[in-house]
Design a binder for this molecule. Structure first.
Ligand code: ADP
Length: 200
């Protein structure tokens, strides 16, 4: 911590907030190519958690790149800074007691490792949404692949910028083999035990 910044001890603690919410905070980090299905699956997982009275919030390119990270490009350095700020934001939200879902391409392993260091090793679930670049390009949900092929977008992950696949993700979803509903079930089954507050 910086010199002269002294932490104040607040009487309402994370433990108090957990007791109010009846679940642990957690970070569900979705990584994968653009159009792989991160937002689609995160949305279904969040719906399911909401039904189970879990307090959630989803961070994605739409709400982060337009505001907090509006000054950042897609260069390697800015991508790293993008993830660093998101990790800090997610950490605050977890301190508020939330289950945070984060859907970002996050192409570099070192950046994903950094997130885990920020939020605590056991508090992050790395979910690799594995979809081939051919399938993402076929879907081309946002028309970005077409633009990248025409050279209108530089640094397009999978086309003109690298994607480092997670070697040891907590969960791997191959969207060319399973449905959104099956993927959601797999994720919920994995995280449910981690949401339980021991001795509650
Ligand atoms: P991302 O957030 O990774 O950029 P999106 O979720 O916006 O990707 O888009 C993924 C697209 O792929 C959606 O149009 C979705 O309907 C489609 N899709 C087809 N099959 C699947 C699947 N099994 N899982 C997730 N998305 C799928």
């Amino acid at each position: 911590m910086e010199k002269n910044i002294v932490k104040h001890s607040y009487s309402v603690s994370l433990d108090s907030r957990k007791k109010l919410k009846h679940h642990q905070p957690l970070l569900l980090w979705f990584t994968g190519l653009s159009g792989s299905g991160k937002s689609t699956i995160a949305n279904c997982v969040e719906e399911e958690l909401y039904k189970n009275k879990v307090h959630t919030y989803t961070l994605d390119g739409d709400n982060i790149r337009k505001g907090l990270n509006g000054d950042l490009s897609f260069s390697p350095e800015d991508r790293t800074e993008n993830i660093r700020r998101i990790a800090e934001t997610a950490h605050l939200m977890m301190d508020a007691g939330l289950v945070v879902l984060a859907a970002f391409v996050s192409p570099y392993q070192k950046d994903r490792d950094h997130i885990r260091n920020v939020v605590g090793h056991n508090n992050m679930i790395e979910i690799y949404i594995k979809t081939s670049v051919e399938e993402c390009e076929r879907r081309d949900v946002k028309g970005l692949y077409k633009k990248a092929r025409k050279g209108e977008i530089k640094n397009m992950t999978g086309i003109s910028a690298p994607y480092e696949s997670p070697l040891h993700p907590d969960i791997q979803i191959n969207t060319e083999e399973i449905t959104v509903i099956e993927a959601t079930k797999q994720i919920i089954t994995f995280i449910n035990p981690k949401l339980i507050i021991k001795n509650e």
